[in-house]
Write a protein that binds this ligand. Structure first.
Ligand code: ACO
Length: 428
């Protein structure tokens, strides 16, 4: 007999057998539970989607208790060790690791789409000199929808693939333009001889030299960080990508929305918030006082805690190793000691242990970015670049999924009942 959940409605005495598939019941099956014919049917109340699966996905698997992260079945540790960001992006998008020929073609296709329309420079120039790069990034990504009007054909598979290529190729260029704008330097065009991250470093940091030569350790470290950030199943920004995409909006508009969700300090803005927190703490001697404030509820230990991971975030473990390699080139980030002391105390403290709060991906990534020369407000943008691959894979999967419709949650209305309009001069 198939797995079922039997529910007896105490109001009517009626019994309902609700099928359980893949550890889940269908919320729509609860609608059958009605006390009377005009009863709408039972709903679930789940603010912040803490216990609701909104899709079936084949892309990313997380076991939050064991600290396991797999992209299409491949452990994140193996990908970080052996893969490259572009290869991982291909895997996430197309379900399998590419053959050599497929990878060469994919790399070439991406490389040929890195240039931005010249109008984008004018758009950039309109921003204040101190505009936050993430604000510039998400605005510019959204603006691309006005350039690629063919992107509206979201049900055309070849069309989707073209927009995917454009977006993955162009997000580093947008990020680099945003950075150059903020420091008043000329924009640098892509260099197609360089790797994905090597070219990104070129567009960020090239000065008067004829050819920019990226430092191979930093180029690889950035590539590893990009692999780690490429996807993370149904997080806040990915749900936004799917939510906007479900109305069949073009992917540029949907991705602008996803980037906006990522911007917040509880999500991808946490890496920036961590650095600001470390700066505020200032010295190791101030760590116990800061932890006390966190436990008192007046502060949050940024870069700690996760909705899904209730053990060490496997990405944080890899990032810690990458940090050591980067610091050998750049010199040690002086905030590292404060971060290590915070982690040491937090991992022993009952408050954090009982709530199962561990360092997440953002706790150490900012220290690396800062050592590499990025200003703090670029950190969320550095997250958005690789996550573009994940957002697009999830968007593509959503559009292919016959179960999906326009996203539209229900509500429990708790406002006033119907009442008559009161003329202005009659209001108390
Ligand atoms: N510092 C102090 N206490 C915390 C922290 C933290 N970083 N995170 C959670 N808690 C506490 C909460 O106060 C709560 O305590 P209570 O039960 O006494 O009320 C308990 O732990 C559970 O926390 P929730 O907020 O209910 O957990 P939720 O799953 O909603 O939030 C989140 C997850 C947003 C990541 C949270 O842990 C947080 O704010 N962390 C800091 C921000 C951060 O690093 N975000 C990046 C996450 S990774 C990413 O998005 C890429």
């Amino acid at each position: 007999m198939a797995d079922t959940l039997t529910i007896i409605d105490n109001r009517t005495g009626q019994q309902y057998d609700i099928p359980i598939e893949q550890g889940t019941i269908r919320a729509m099956d609860l609608r059958k539970i009605r006390a009377s014919p005009d009863d709408f049917g039972l709903m679930t109340y789940d603010p912040a989607f803490q216990n609701t699966a909104a899709c079936r996905s084949r892309i990313t698997f997380i076991d939050g208790d064991k600290g396991i992260l797999l992209y299409r079945g491949y452990p994140i540790e193996q990908l970080a060790e052996q893969s490259t960001f572009l290869e991982t992006a291909y895997l996430i998008l197309f379900d399998e690791l590419p053959t050599k020929a497929q990878l060469d073609q994919w790399t070439l296709d991406i490389t040929l789409h890195t240039m931005l329309h010249e109008n984008i420079k004018k758009l950039m120039d309109g921003f204040q000199y101190d505009a936050h790069p993430m604000g510039i990034f998400l605005t510019t990504v959204g603006a691309l929808s006005t350039i690629y009007s063919d992107a509206k054909r979201v049900h055309d598979e070849d069309g989707r693939r073209l927009q995917i290529l454009r977006l993955i190729a162009k997000v580093p260029s947008i990020a680099a333009y945003a950075y150059r704008h903020s420091i008043g330097r000329p924009y640098i065009y892509p260099d197609n001889d360089l790797s994905f991250t090597g070219n990104f470093l070129n567009m960020l940091f090239k000065m008067t030299e004829l050819k920019y030569q990226p430092n191979p350790v930093l180029e690889r470290a950035l590539d590893v960080l990009f692999i780690l950030h490429a996807d993370h199943e149904q997080n806040c920004s990915t749900s936004v990508m799917r939510g906007i995409g479900s109305s069949q909006a073009d992917p540029y508009s949907a991705l602008a929305g996803a980037a906006a969700a990522l911007y917040g300090p509880l999500h991808g803005g946490a890496n920036e918030a961590v650095l600001r927190m470390l700066k505020e703490i200032g010295t190791i001697a101030n760590v116990p006082a800061f932890i006390k404030k966190v436990k008192g509820g007046s502060d949050r230990l940024m870069g700690f805690g996760h909705r899904v991971y209730k053990s060490y975030d496997p990405r944080a473990r890899i990032i810690k190793q990458t940090a050591d390699q980067v610091f050998e080139v750049t010199g040690r980030n002086p905030y590292l000691d404060i971060a290590l002391e915070l982690e040491r105390i937090a991992l022993e403290d009952e408050y954090f242990v009982s709530r199962r709060l561990y360092p997440n991906v953002d706790f150490y990534s900012g220290l690396i970015y800062q050592a590499m020369g990025f200003p703090v407000d670029m950190f969320p943008v550095l997250f958005a670049i690789p996550r573009t691959a994940g957002w697009l894979a999830q968007w593509d999967e959503m559009l292919r999924d016959p179960d999906q419709k326009i996203a539209r949650p229900r509500q429990i209305y708790i406002g006033a009942g119907a009442r008559d309009y009161v003329p202005r001069d009659k209001r108390g």
